[in-house]
Design a protein around this ligand. Structure first.
Ligand SMILES: [Zn+2]
Length: 241
């Protein structure tokens, strides 16, 4: 079984997230479930130069318990301390095959400022507005999520939503695909940035009118995911494979 296309996709996802300012430096990771017992996840090595420079080789095949998924997979690579974020999210909902854990400063700042992310806009970013409408929960502990128990605690705080803010820490975004998990994180970040911007000029954050939702259609994955992803990859100046 070759996992090269999936490794390439996950590496691209890490680079897209970094290029959007969601993963400054060396912290953050993306994963993709492969089967009942295994996933691909971004690992660290002694040649790691950070999320923005993630290479397909940095994506390693591991079992849900953090051991190598195949011979040699962890030679020279270290599984993230926060593997539990990915594993517990995937175990809680098998539809979540992809998980992004990132440290976007705008989202962390908005939460620390006491701002609840709400649907303050509509057609500006319909997927983001719909995400906010469903609620953006907060896991109130600022800890490193390095045990199954803490992972389960974070998942409980998600309350069935696909995203959660980890206070003083970052976010977790879960979806059926890597593209969706990253795009969802980008939408969450855009919402946080706009909220902070409005607040910065002493503006009030108000939900859009209920009557507007009827005219904020789901434009479909061809537009919301495929086209949006092509754009994100093109921004990097590399070819999607
Ligand atoms: Zn983290």
């Amino acid at each position: 079984m070759t996992l090269d296309p999936q490794r390439t996709l996950l590496a691209l996802g890490c680079r897209v997230a970094a290029a959007r300012g969601l993963a400054d430096g060396i912290l953050g990771h993306l994963s993709l479930r492969i089967d009942d017992d295994r996933l691909l996840i971004r690992c660290r090595s002694d040649t790691d130069t950070g999320m923005a420079f993630t290479r397909p080789n940095d994506i390693r095949h591991v079992r849900l318990d953090g051991t190598a998924g195949a011979a040699g997979e962890l030679d020279g690579y270290r599984v993230p301390n926060e593997l539990s974020i990915h594993v517990e999210t995937m175990l809680a909902n098998p539809a979540y095959r992809a998980v992004a854990h990132l440290h976007p400063p705008a989202v962390v700042a908005a939460d620390l400022a006491g701002i609840t992310l709400r649907p303050i806009y509509g057609a500006y970013d319909i997927p983001g507005a719909r995400l906010a409408r469903g609620g953006v929960p907060v896991y109130e502990r600022a800890v490193l999520i390095r045990s199954a128990q803490l992972g389960k605690e974070m998942v409980a705080a998600m309350r069935g939503r696909p995203v959660v803010i980890c206070r003083g820490h970052g976010i977790t975004s879960a979806a059926a695909s890597v593209e969706q998990a990253v795009l969802q994180a980008i939408s969450l970040d855009a919402l946080a940035r706009m909220s902070l911007r409005v607040r910065a000029v002493a503006g009030a954050l108000r939900d859009i009118d209920d009557a507007d939702w009827d005219d904020l259609p789901d434009l479909g994955s061809g537009f919301n995911v495929e086209a949006a992803w092509r754009h994100e990859v093109a921004r990097l100046g590399v070819q999607a494979s």
